[in-house]
Design a protein around this ligand. Structure first.
Ligand code: CTP
Length: 319
């Protein structure tokens, strides 16, 4: 039986990044791409040996109680207590229980989305996943509006909402949360100790203002399980990015997966500059040794899967 060749190489991260965008030209072009159902099913089965998105997408209420102590995944010596608020917001059943979708969009945050005109195409998918509470309203033409699941690393509260220093920022966050209107808000609360207070602030806001979102807090094993899957396939990632986590989870409940806004390079395929995020002025940080991510390496793996028809990457304009 043929193996899934994801990376095609067992060597760790590419080091020379000077003209990486040239090396990553996407083939086949959009119009020639064909979905490979057999391969997608094989990948789903392989991933299921490591994790089950239905279960690992969130810790459930029945498994924790207020006061329980949790060791942070990346700071094993630091602990947190399960607060009453966190307990109240834990779902009783998996938000993905028995869910199956024909096509899903995963929207990364690269500036490559700007002027893509992909909004309508993204919104036409049955299930749309977005990352880190990225704004949509002002960019709807390029990124769409539909949001079924959105992630929120605690660091977003600092980066995009000024750590809620005053009432204006609290109101801004509250409005953004209200705009989610019933979608799943996925908060990695148990990853690193730095997010402790920020997660609590958000939980408090949701409860106090009866915000209509379905909260989910990924399982303690998810990150290592995802990393394990990719390492087994010779993709030597340090810590999976949110985008890669979402793809790995989506294989469980999406028949076809379409990726937009995945482009961790400062130049596009035509050598024009690309912003790191479509919505802010954050600079490229992945080249730094300190960064926990290995985005270009992840991209190489995703590109290889695109070429084999297991997923579709869009890195330019939509038709
Ligand atoms: N992404 C990308 N190219 C970029 C920016 C983002 O491919 N230039 C993808 C990555 O998969 C990333 C996702 O889009 O995980 C969402 O972007 P971002 O919010 O920057 O996510 P993280 O890097 O995971 O967030 P953090 O820096 O908080 O870890």
């Amino acid at each position: 039986r043929a193996e899934v060749v994801i990376n095609g190489s067992s060597s760790p991260a590419v080091v020379d990044r000077s003209n990486e965008s040239i090396k990553h030209n996407i083939q086949p072009a959009s119009s020639k791409w064909r979905h490979n159902q057999t391969l997608s099913l094989r990948i789903r089965k392989q991933i299921l040996k490591f994790l089950d998105a239905e279960k690992d997408i969130s810790v459930l209420k029945g498994t924790l109680k207020p006061g329980d102590i949790i060791h942070y995944i990346f700071d094993r010596d630091s602990t947190m207590n399960v607060s009453q608020n966190l307990y109240e917001l834990l779902p009783r059943t998996s938000p993905l229980k028995n869910k199956h979708f024909g096509t899903c969009a995963i929207v990364g945050n690269s500036g490559v989305l700007l002027n893509s005109g992909c909004g309508q195409e993204i919104d036409a998918h049955s299930f749309v996943i977005r990352c880190n509470l990225a704004p949509v309203q002002e960019y709807a033409r390029d990124v769409g509006l539909k949001t079924d699941l959105v992630t929120m690393n605690p660091s977003v509260i600092q980066r995009a909402f000024e750590d809620l220093v005053n009432a204006t920022w609290r109101e801004k966050l509250l409005q953004r949360l209200h705009s989610l209107n019933g979608s799943i808000l996925w908060i990695p609360a148990f990853m690193a100790r730095g997010g402790k207070e920020r997660v609590e602030w958000v939980n408090e806001l949701i409860l106090k203002h009866h915000v209509n979102v379905r909260t989910a807090y990924p399982s303690l094993r998810l990150l290592h399980a995802v990393r394990g899957y990719w390492l087994t396939n010779k993709v030597h990632i340090k810590r999976p990015t949110t985008g890669l986590l979402m793809y790995t989870l989506a294989t469980r409940f999406c028949k076809q997966i379409y990726l937009y806004g995945f482009w961790p390079f400062p130049l596009d395929q035509n050598q024009n500059p690309v912003k790191y995020h479509y919505y802010d002025s954050l600079k490229y940080g992945y080249t730094s040794q300190a960064s926990p991510h290995t985005m270009p390496l992840e991209f190489k793996a995703l590109k290889s899967l695109h070429e084999q028809g297991a997923l579709k990457l869009t890195v330019g304009q939509c038709d």
